[in-house]
Design a protein around this ligand. Structure first.
Ligand code: NDP
Length: 617
């Protein structure tokens, strides 16, 4: 039965026009003209914050110069899903190549205290039915997800050729041999028939652009490379005992910091939480998964749950459809369903639905703001309140974050007015003219999600036919066929939200993309093709159609506070994490691909069977 959240304030208690005006004021004072350029890349003198692996020693190995069918760049969720689907399509000769020391991607690198998934693990964790794995609780711990990644790797036999602690530096198409040269920082030059870029959006940390960042002489690290040698404790038991006599500042209050702060509050002598924009933080209510319930699910349950979550989070629940997930991601939908049910499910247009959704958005945000009142100091409670629309930023949930601010060793430093930390000194940070001495600065400043592609991907050269660089080719926007291939880049596949369908569960997106890529690659091999790529005409038509059905949400994103969700407030460039998704929705996109595959003609792709030349050694 749909239900209204019990703490939801009535619409009449909110002055919506006044609130909207406040949202706009709060956005305006945070807009920085530098947008993405405000951030410092984790390269050059900061390369260690990205390149060093604090968890697994790097084992020496000889460079590899052999041939393979496929190189998959990445061994996180996306790279693993592609690999698993290639196996199913009968392609066994591939390397997953990853900078990390094992499978897991973001779940390999992120080991900070408190790390859990923020999404329903029954939706978020991939291939639960296939691997026979039951997550322990609604929001699984990071190490549990990491361990499940190892299980997936073993289940599908992905380990044999995986290359870890290896950064791809060059992907260069060699017309003479119809192969990609894959050059790495380990001296490898692998000749690959196909290459799949599966690096995910959150692989490269970015650093806050604070004047004097390099003058600070204390300890500094990014949350994606947590230094347990310094803090004490360990990933699976984060008792940060070495911080007892330390003053620590954490920069950022996004999804990562929300999980870390309660642990700093518990262990550090003093914690400064440096906040530019507050997050929305619902209650967590993390419950164990009931094995009886789990074992009673019928085959296919996970895909049904994912589809239900997708409708609730990104579209609209079907009349009478239950909300299976029931958390902050789906609340607006289930509240609306409760209202509509009470009215006997009147027929309403999408416009009317969206108008109701707008009002519900204000009510839910007000409910979330009210949660801050648990903080006893009124000024701190007010500063913690988020004034923007739901989904302007990624929603979080945590039961211990707000109470932490009632501890005497935790101080909120609100830097909204100065648009960030004023400056760093040798000993600490300066805010409102006051220097705060600290021992350690923890950067929870996020990832290169919306910066230029070369900076995000960190691969020096990606060159297709005639030395054409993908960075030049896509400078004015993506040009793809089905979001996964591009003209002039034969035998190369792209993943993620480029110009494809975007599911609310990214592992579903990756599984389906892996399946589609596996289909094309295996068909090309069966048909004796040496190269496969879209024709210019097919690609142009695809991009034209995609743009003709695009849903313009800029009215919404323009009014949001800056973040990677809206290209840091710079609406002049389409560099958003969500790329250019298929406007008719994820499942319409998947239907379109399924029909295309069923036709068996590989329409729009050009297969050539030029004779394969021997690689020139
Ligand atoms: P975010 O990009 O979400 O947050 C970065 C934070 O750093 C923001 O609060 C930002 O402030 C702040 N910041 C940046 N520069 C400055 C500055 N100069 N001064 C002060 N503050 C600054 O990064 P996160 O690592 O928190 O999250 C990234 C993503 O990782 C999430 O959105 C999510 O997709 C993923 N994640 C997923 C989890 C899961 O459960 N699956 C858990 C944790 C993270 P401002 O907002 O003002 O820009």
């Amino acid at each position: 039965m749909p239900y209204l959240h019990p703490d939801l304030p009535a619409a009449e208690t909110i002055d919506i026009p006044a609130m909207r005006a406040k949202y706009l004021r709060e956005r305006d004072r945070r807009i920085k003209k530098e947008a993405n350029d405000q951030y410092v890349p984790a390269s050059g003198k900061w390369a260690g914050l990205y390149e060093t692996d604090p968890y697994t020693p790097v084992a020496p190995r000889d460079p590899i110069t052999g041939e393979t069918d496929v190189v998959i760049l990445g061994a996180g969720y996306c790279g693993m899903m592609v690999a698993a689907q290639l196996k199913k399509a009968g392609i066994d000769n591939f390397h997953n190549i990853d900078h990390g020391g094992n499978f897991g991607g973001t779940w390999y690198w992120n080991r900070y205290p408190g790390i859990q998934c923020d999404n329903d693990s029954l939706v978020y964790m991939p291939l639960l039915e296939e691997t026979g794995y039951m997550p322990s609780k609604k929001f699984a711990d990071g190490y549990e997800i990491h361990d499940h990644c190892q299980m997936i790797a073993d289940h599908f036999g992905l380990r044999k050729n995986a290359l870890f602690h290896t950064l791809i530096e060059r992907l260069v198409w060699d017309e003479k041999i119809n192969r990609w040269h894959v050059g790495t920082n380990r001296g490898d030059d692998i000749k690959a028939r196909f290459v799949v870029l599966a690096m995910g959006p959150l692989n490269k940390p970015k650093l806050p652009g604070i004047p004097g960042l390099d003058s600070f002489k204390g300890k500094i690290f990014h949350t994606a490379r947590w230094d347990y040698d310094y803090t004490g404790g360990e990933w699976r038991n984060p008792e940060l005992t070495k911080l007892a006599d330390k003053k620590v500042a954490i920069i950022g209050t996004g999804a990562t910091a929300i999980q870390v702060v309660p642990y700093l509050a518990k262990h550090a002598g003093q914690t400064y939480v440096i906040q530019r924009t507050p997050s929305t933080i619902d209650r967590r209510n993390n419950q164990p998964i009931d094995p009886h319930w789990y074992n009673s699910q019928k085959p296919g349950w996970q895909n049904e749950r994912i589809a239900n979550f997708h409708r609730a989070a990104m579209e609209r629940l079907i009349p009478g459809e239950p909300d299976l997930v029931q958390d902050i991601w789906t609340e607006i939908s289930h509240n609306l369903s409760a209202d509509l049910e009470a009215e006997g499910w009147p027929e309403i247009t999408m416009e009317e639905y969206l108008a109701r959704r707008d009002v519900m958005d204000y009510r839910v945000m007000e409910r979330l703001r009210n949660r801050c009142d648990v903080v006893k100091d009124p000024a701190t409670a007010e500063a913690l309140k988020p004034y923007y629309r739901y989904l302007c930023k990624r929603p979080a949930s945590n039961d211990d974050y707000y109470p932490a601010f009632n501890q005497p060793n935790v101080t909120l430093i609100d830097v909204a007015e100065t648009q960030g930390v004023e400056r760093l000194t040798e000993k600490g940070f300066v805010h409102n003219g006051v220097e705060y001495e600290i021992d350690c600065l923890i950067l929870a400043s996020g990832y290169e999600v919306t910066n230029d592609l070369d900076r995000r991907w960190g691969i020096e050269r990606i060159e297709g036919r005639g030395g054409l660089s993908i960075y030049d080719y896509w400078r004015e926007g993506f040009q793809t066929f089905q979001g996964m291939t591009a003209h002039n880049f034969p035998n190369m596949f792209f993943t993620g939200f480029t110009q494809a369908g975007a599911n609310a569960s990214n592992s579903k997106t990756f599984i389906d993309q892996g399946f589609h890529i596996g289909y094309i690659a295996s068909e090309a091999l069966k048909r004796g093709a040496t190269t496969v790529e879209p024709s210019q005409e097919a690609q142009d038509e695809y991009v034209r159609h995609l743009r003709s059905i695009a849903v313009d949400n800029s009215a919404f994103t323009n009014e949001c506070t800056p973040s990677y969700f809206n290209n840091e407030g710079d609406q002049t460039k389409k560099r958003w994490i969500f790329g250019e998704p298929w406007g008719e929705g994820y499942y319409a996109f998947e239907d379109m691909l399924a029909k295309w595959r069923a036709a068996g003609k590989l329409d729009g792709l050009v297969l050539s069977s030029e004779p394969e030349l021997q690689p020139a050694e």
